[in-house]
Ligand binder design. Structure first.
Ligand code: RP5
Length: 168
């Protein structure tokens, strides 16, 4: 599933399981809204470790500039991906059933010095902010992305300013 048929993807969204899609799909939707080409793929650190290696090692040569990696529970995908690429890796802790994503968060955020994973909030807020962070990184070299990101932020501000609370 991707929007990369015509244009090469710049962002790779990977996730540990199909069950992560309800969270990670929000990152994909936001990138689509910002017209940033991306790809999506299930890559499991535990169930498909060899795929994880090849994905991380080949991403840069394929033109990927930022990787968003989401996983839950023993969430080793973002860290192991970061260990095998120089690309920026944004980690999204998926909200787990057993521990509400606190396990995911700590698994992703507590990286040893030397291998960074930029870690977002647990769940959908984190997925959305990962997409916006990817856009922000790309906007450093792409004025069109910068323009669309600024427009998104301006519209968001206007929406909040125009929102009225219900009368009591
Ligand atoms: C992780 O285990 C995945 O990222 C997912 O969040 C979690 C549960 O996976 P499933 O058992 O739902 O496939 O690897």
């Amino acid at each position: 599933m991707d929007n990369s048929t015509a244009i090469k993807p710049l962002v790779g969204i990977i996730m540990g399981s199909q069950s992560d899609w309800s969270t990670m799909g929000e990152a994909a939707a936001l990138l689509k809204q910002l017209k940033i080409p991306f790809e999506t793929k299930i890559v499991s650190a535990h169930r498909t470790p060899k795929l994880l290696c090849s994905y991380a090692e080949e991403a840069e040569d394929r033109g990927i500039q930022v990787i968003i990696a989401g996983a839950g529970g023993a969430a080793h995908l973002p860290g192991m991906t970061a260990a095998m690429t120089h690309l920026p890796v944004l980690g999204v802790p998926v909200q787990s059933k057993a521990l509400s994503g606190q396990d995911s968060l700590l698994s992703i955020v507590q990286m040893p010095a030397g291998i960074p994973v930029m870690t977002l909030a647990i769940g959908i807020a984190g997925a959305k902010n990962a997409a916006l962070s990817a856009a922000s990184i790309l906007s450093l070299a792409d004025p069109e992305v910068r323009k669309r990101l600024k427009t998104f932020r301006d519209q968001q501000t206007q929406t909040v300013l125009q929102t009225e609370l219900p009368q009591i």
